[in-house]
Design a protein around this ligand. Structure first.
Ligand code: MTE
Ligand code: MO
Length: 389
């Protein structure tokens, strides 16, 4: 059983909507997402394409090379020989919010039907990829840096991905060994994972044991035939279609409403009944909360809510870190409180949208960005509410 080393997952059904067991794919429930600025490890979404690999830490070696020769570092070498560096960064799957791309006009999309929870925000500690490359004279010795994981299928095809060398030179790309100040767990890549802030989750290779500097991108399936935005005319993708389209790197500006939310799978909830309780009743307001990310290190400039499908907008309050220019990797949490008297008694829609510091914003509907793999859906997130007074 390839899955024999998958860990036990505590309280999984409480924290997650589980999309598949083998491989384990689970997204964080919306209300859990907005209950803390750092997503607790056991509540952080898990996206595994295969099984969790077996690791013997005493024999574990990280190989770093140019494809012909390689140096090796043990787990302890890596921690002892290089300076540690910590980055607070969101990690988001390119397929987050995929389910909302399905529509009658254009058809269904292929892939795990994520709602809004294939995202989390954590403090990652490790060593800088650039320091390690530099120590072996590999900086700028190729156009790409490829990563290979220990999770391999029965024909020895392993998960892999690559990033452009320019990104690897930046200060915040990590070979990480800690998440939220604790040793990485097996679901999140123990002993070592790559963390590429600002870039879609697929490039942050878990269980990494090989790093290759090359003029070529990774030739893995997930670099070459997945995680690409195909043109909307393509409904049954073939390799030639993928070959014409670049691999996704940076994330785009994104936001979603996470409270109020149902404990049921968000994809299935058509109208959400809310009983204003506790603080809501006292202040006679309805609280709305969610997250936003800029992508590519661009800070979120604002998040806005509309109750009339975009004719008028309310500005939300933001909780965000002060982060250096173009290094805003952490997410933003936002909230706003709407007086109950301003809300209709019939069901009504709420939408949210974010804008980054370069004034990039989110499209109003998935129609204009539809693609058969359902990636990069950052259209306005909409929920339908009914106030149960
Ligand atoms: N790395 C390996 N080795 N195997 C994988 O299946 N999944 C990738 C990436 N790194 C994956 C991987 C994808 S698509 C995402 S979105 C993130 O890991 C998810 O990271 P998480 O499970 O820690 O949330
Ligand atoms: Mo992903």
């Amino acid at each position: 059983d390839l899955f024999q080393y998958d860990p036990e997952r505590i309280n999984a059904t409480e924290n997650f909507f589980i999309r598949s067991e083998k491989p384990f794919n689970a997204e964080t429930k919306p209300t859990v997402l907005v209950s803390s600025f750092l997503t607790p490890i056991e509540k952080f979404y898990v996206r595994n394409h295969m099984h969790v690999p077996f690791v013997n830490i005493n024999e574990f070696k990280l190989e770093i090379g140019d494809g012909t020769s390689a140096y090796t570092l043990s787990y302890d070498d890596l921690k002892d020989k290089y300076q540690s560096h910590t980055v607070t960064s969101a990690l988001q799957c390119a397929g987050n919010r995929r389910a909302a791309m399905n529509n009658d006009a254009q058809g269904s999309v292929q892939g795990t039907p994520w709602y809004v929870g294939a995202i989390g925000n954590a403090r990652w500690t490790g060593v800088k990829l650039r320091d390690v490359l530099e120590s072996f004279g590999l900086l700028n010795e190729g156009r790409h840096v490829q990563f290979v994981g220990l999770d391999c299928d029965t024909s020895q095809r392993c998960y892999g991905a690559s990033i452009p060398m320019e990104k690897a030179l930046s200060d915040d790309v990590l070979i990480a060994y800690e998440m939220n100040d604790e040793t990485l767990t097996s679901d999140h890549g123990y002993p070592l994972r790559i963390v590429v802030p600002g870039t879609v989750g697929a490039r942050s290779v878990k269980w990494v044991n090989r790093i290759i500097v090359s003029n070529e991108e990774s030739d893995s399936h997930w670099q070459k035939a997945d995680y690409k935005v195909l043109p909307p005319s393509i409904k049954q993708p073939q390799q030639v279609d993928y070959d014409r389209v670049p691999a996704i790197q940076e994330s785009n500006v994104q936001s979603a409403i996470c409270y109020p939310a149902s404990t049921e799978d968000g994809n299935k909830v058509k109208i959400l009944s809310v009983k204003p309780t506790g603080e809501d009743t006292k202040n006679q307001t309805l609280s709305i909360k969610g997250y936003a990310v800029g992508g590519g290190g661009r800070q979120v400039q604002n998040v806005q809510i509309s109750l009339d499908h975009g004719k008028t907008w309310l500005q939300a309050d933001l909780e965000q870190l002060a982060q250096p220019y173009m290094r805003a990797w952490a997410w933003t949490l936002w909230s706003t409180h709407i007086p109950l008297k301003d809300l209709p008694s019939e069901p009504f829609d709420i939408v949210c949208r974010a804008m980054d510091i370069h004034s990039n914003s989110q499209p109003d509907s998935p129609l204009g960005i539809w693609n058969v793999r359902g990636v990069m859906n950052n259209s306005w997130h909409k929920i339908t509410l009914k106030i149960d007074a």
